[in-house]
Design a protein around this ligand. Structure first.
Ligand SMILES: NC(=O)c1ccc[n+]([C@@H]2O[C@H](COP(=O)([O-])OP(=O)(O)OC[C@H]3O[C@@H](n4cnc5c(N)ncnc54)[C@H](OP(=O)(O)O)[C@@H]3O)[C@@H](O)[C@H]2O)c1
Length: 285
């Protein structure tokens, strides 16, 4: 049974879900979402910029799983950040997904008119079309700028987070502000270096689990939400099979000790800004 975590919005979020970044083939995206829901997932993470919201919506609708059991997240890209553009973009996401109110809507990057977009997201909560709002890739200074202007505080910050990059500055700030850390690159993007760490491999052997499962279990026990991506039905099923064992305090400490001081991926702000006009989501499928 997948555990869930309370959000400051008053709702709860499953601690493990499916991410669909780079899954741009319509049929593959739809079948991956369906396969995840069949395997017991109840959290799906997409974004306008992934250009697969229509396929995600179709996967959800064809799964037979009641919509109210599913926690659906999408994200707004900075090209849609001014208030009016964000309002229109939220309408566009709702139309493409066609699954009713969103469970979580995130600002994808901390650039552009963040405060204008945030007001549009707060209004969407008031209107009942979005249940919780949050951010992605926001560092402490980005949150320090947003928080004083926010009528509704962010419930989640989705950031790169895995045993090799444990966000030493950000995590204490998130805890202080009741913002749930959600891990992108939870498996370090499938990093062979991470998956072959002795602390991970050792724990995997003692529990009869894979290295991937041990890392996902570490995320759960640290109180994070993790959204591993896979299009392989066997991987999808294996990745959620992490709720029948527990890492010991020593095993957790061994993995905690792998923390390094650098992320694997960093998109410079000038590049985020440069990609903004190019990145308007197009309909897919
Ligand atoms: N907010 C942001 O800016 C941002 C940025 C990046 C990502 N994300 C979100 O985070 C999600 C996950 O990130 P990610 O996809 O880049 O990295 P990831 O989940 O850390 O790693 C995905 C890689 O691991 C492989 N994998 C998954 N399960 C496996 C298993 N059981 N055994 C072996 N290999 C396995 C996948 O290959 P197979 O498909 O072959 O299984 C894929 O190559 C994205 O889909 C997206 O939703 C958000």
């Amino acid at each position: 049974m997948v555990t869930s975590i309370p959000l400051s919005s008053g709702t709860r979020m499953p601690q493990l879900g499916l991410g669909v970044y780079l899954v741009t083939d319509v049929a593959v995206c739809e079948s991956s979402v369906k396969s995840a829901l069949d395997s017991g997932y109840r959290l799906i993470d997409t974004a306008a910029i992934y250009r697969n919201e229509r396929a995600v919506g179709r996967g959800i609708r064809s799964s037979g799983v009641p919509r109210e059991e599913i926690f659906l997240t999408t994200k707004l890209w900075p090209s849609d950040y001014a208030y009016d553009k964000a309002r229109a973009a939220i309408g566009g996401a709702l139309e493409r997904l066609d699954c009713g109110p969103l469970d979580l809507l995130l600002l994808h990057q901390p650039v552009g008119d963040v405060k204008g977009a945030w007001r549009a997201m707060e209004d969407a909560v008031d209107q009942g079309v979005v249940r919780a709002i949050g951010v992605s890739n926001f560092a402490v200074p980005d949150l320090e700028r947003l928080l004083p202007a926010a009528r509704i505080p962010p419930a989640v910050d989705q950031v790169e987070l895995h045993p090799h990059w444990q966000q030493p500055d950000l995590l204490p700030f998130l805890a202080q502000h009741a913002i749930v850390p959600e891990a992108w690159y939870p498996l370090g993007h499938g990093s062979a270096k991470l998956l072959s760490e002795p602390a991970v491999v050792g724990a995997a052997a003692s529990h009869g689990k894979s290295a991937v499962q041990v890392i996902l279990r570490w995320h759960v026990q640290r109180g994070f939400v993790a959204i591993p991506k896979s299009t392989d039905p066997a991987h999808i099923a294996a990745n959620i099979d992490v709720f029948d064992f527990e890492l010991s305090p020593a095993e957790m400490a061994g993995i905690d000790a792998l923390g390094k001081d650098r992320p694997m991926f960093r998109l410079p702000r000038w590049m985020m800004a440069a990609t903004m006009p190019l990145a308007r989501p197009r309909p897919l499928g």
